[in-house]
Write a protein that binds this ligand. Structure first.
Ligand code: NAP
Ligand code: HSE
Length: 426
């Protein structure tokens, strides 16, 4: 059986799990795929660091260029994360005519267009199935199986850490901090969890999904992004009473006059397929006239699940290498016409802390009405001198809703607009 030499850049959560499987499951992989995958080189920063599996010292290096340049390495797997030196190393491998597999969403959402162009020029593959949704097959379905579908909307729960945190806050009323610490101990969160909780990780994945779904280049910096840091457990309870579940959603939609891509906390009606996706699970829900609705769901983070997706890409690339033909470009990216979020129709959950006396409701309703925002429902919880008012608004232009929120904050009867969360327009 022909063997293919694999070099891995990074031996952490994902790289460590992948390297372990290449070393311990070589026969099983060969029996199933017909390929012998040989781990030839593994780059880490600190070879002395304790790891769950002890790698043979002769495979390890602290100089990642040695992995890329090793003539025994036929394909390079980038699992270091971050932009540099990863981007330079991936470019170096492609320019040397070596195919690359990566799980790095930040890399693909920032320099993906450039790297894919280089891969196309060299006739080699650059695959990134694990960059979105961990083990869930979504990149290949979007770029191949659904290449002929006119996708109109993609909704994704694409960050396991935040979904885990929100699920814990919903089901056990755990605080944000406690749930985050648990997500970190389970290996879902990035080393620095800021990217998870601020929505930046989901925004990179939203950019990749939008690019593939609409065949257009959407970069990470083009995605409107809001995180979950300021969500209050009290609103999660009130929203549950109204029949909603909070999710950090990546939303990419074709609006008729351009594509809109955004990431923000969203209240999802309990009956929606995404509402029951809990814990660190990820899910991507698609709509299109041909397929109607599709749901892809599964483990979206963690070393084992992510390594499975990487391994699938490695096997595909290894088959291409054995076939000896240049890899076909799988993705075509035209320039995007993006629509700003302010121009979209959005619906809101608003919690107001107000003075509890006659005429207050009329003034608040007037502020909504003056800016063309229609109220779908309202709940009042009296607390003596003050009251909590919870409104859900009908869909209306986001710019009007924002002006209404500003106007409400300025009313002397409103002590505070304590929460403003978008509601999914299903
Ligand atoms: P990680 O645990 O932080 O591992 C990074 C690895 O890269 C470590 O082994 C580190 O060495 C090595 N490294 C970093 N900089 C290096 C340098 N300059 N030279 C040599 N080695 C270097 O990260 P991870 O969680 O495995 O994530 C890897 C990639 O997969 C990222 O792009 C991430 O976004 C993506 N991803 C992760 C998950 C997940 O669940 N973790 C899921 C999907 C995608 P040391 O071990 O010596 O520190
Ligand atoms: N930190 C990421 C998450 C890992 O929580 O989903 C997968 O990219």
């Amino acid at each position: 059986m022909v063997s293919i030499g694999v070099g891995i850049l990074g031996g952490g959560t994902v790289g460590g799990a992948l390297a372990t499987r290449l070393l311990t499951e070589q026969d099983a992989i060969a029996a199933k795929s017909g390929l012998t995958l040989e781990l030839r080189h593994l780059a880490v920063r600190d070879p002395g660091k304790p790891r769950p599996y002890v790698f043979p010292p002769n495979l390890m290096t602290t100089v990642p260029e040695e992995v890329v340049d090793d003539p025994e390495v036929d394909l390079v797997v980038e699992l270091m994360g971050g932009l540099e030196p990863a981007a330079g190393l991936v470019m170096r491998a492609l320019q040397a005519g070596k195919p690359v597999v990566t799980a790095n969403k930040e890399l693909m959402a920032t320099t993906g267009a450039e790297l894919l162009e280089e891969a196309g020029r060299r006739g080699v593959s650059l695959l990134f199935e694990a960059a979105v949704g961990g083990a869930i097959p979504i990149i290949r379905p979007l770029s191949e199986s659904l290449a002929g579908e006119r996708i109109t909307e993609v909704l994704g729960i694409v960050n396991g850490t935040t979904n885990f945190i929100l699920t814990r806050m919903c089901q056990q009323a755990t605080t944000f901090r406690e749930a985050l610490a648990e997500a970190q101990s389970l290996g879902y969160a990035e080393t620095d969890p800021t990217a998870d909780v601020s929505g930046a990780d989901a925004a990179a994945k939203a950019a990749i999904l939008a690019s593939l779904a609409f065949g257009t280049w959407v970069g990470r910096d083009m995605v409107h992004t809001e995180g979950i840091e300021s969500l209050d457990v009290a609103d999660i309870g009130f929203a549950a009473d109204l029949g909603y579940v909070p999710k950090l959603l990546a939303i990419a939609s074709e609006t008729g006059t351009g594509i809109a891509v955004r990431v923000h906390p969203t209240l999802v009606p309990v009956g929606h397929p995404l509402a029951s996706v809990s814990g660190s699970q990820n899910a991507i829900y698609l709509r299109g006239p041909g397929v109607d609705e599709l749901l892809f769901a599964g483990p979206g983070a963690g070393g084992g699940p992510t390594a499975t997706a990487v391994l699938g890409d490695i096997i595909e690339v290894a088959r291409e290498l054995l076939a000896g033909a240049p890899a076909p470009p799988r993705v075509r990216l035209a320039p995007a016409g993006l629509r700003p979020v302010a121009e979209l129709e959005t619906s809101w959950y608003l919690r107001l802390e107000v003075v509890d006396r006659a005429g207050v409701l009329a003034r608040i309703a007037g502020a909504f009405g003056d800016l063309g925002v229609s109220i779908e429902s309202m709940v009042q919880i009296g607390r003596g001198e003050t009251a909590t008012l919870i409104f859900v608004t009908h869909p209306s232009p986001e710019s009007g809703s924002r002006r209404a929120i500003e106007a409400l904050s300025g009313l002397d009867v409103v002590r505070q607009v304590a929460a403003a969360i978008r509601v999914l327009i299903a």
